[in-house]
Design a protein around this ligand. Sequence first.
Ligand code: 5GP
Ligand code: ZN
Length: 113
Amino acid sequence: MDCIFCKIVAGQIPSDVLYTDDKVVAFRDISPMAPVHLLIIPQHHIASLTDLTEAQMSLVGHMAYVANQLAKQQGISEKGYRVVINCGRQGGQVVQHLHMHLLGGRELSGMLG
Ligand code: 5GP
Ligand code: ZN
C-alpha cells in the first residue's frame, strides 16, 4: 500500500519518532505549525476517523492518552495545547491514514490558530 504514514511505521521513511508502543507511533510533523507539532497515528492502517469501527474505538482513547503524556513530556501541558483530527476532504485531511495532531508551545487563536 502506498501510504506515507504506513511507511513511517515500517521505518521505510525517516521521521523523528518520539514514542512508540504496540498500538501507536508518535513523531514530529515535517512542517510544524507550532513549536510542538506531533502526529500520533495507529500502527495499523485506518484511512480516516470515518473508517473507525466500533471494535477499534478504544484506539482513539489510547491516542488521546498518548497525547496527554507527550504534552507533559514536551512541557506544554500546563500552558495548554490542542489536539486535532482532520477528517475527509472538507475537514482538511491530506494524509489518508488516521492521525491526531498535538499542537502547542504558542498561543493558538481561533478555531484552528
Ligand atoms: P492532515 O492535513 O492530513 O491532517 O495532516 C497531515 C500532516 O502530515 C501535515 O501536517 C503534514 O505536514 C504531515 N506530513 C505529511 N507528510 C509527512 C512526512 O513524510 N513526514 C512527517 N513527519 N509529516 C508529514
Ligand atoms: Zn497507512
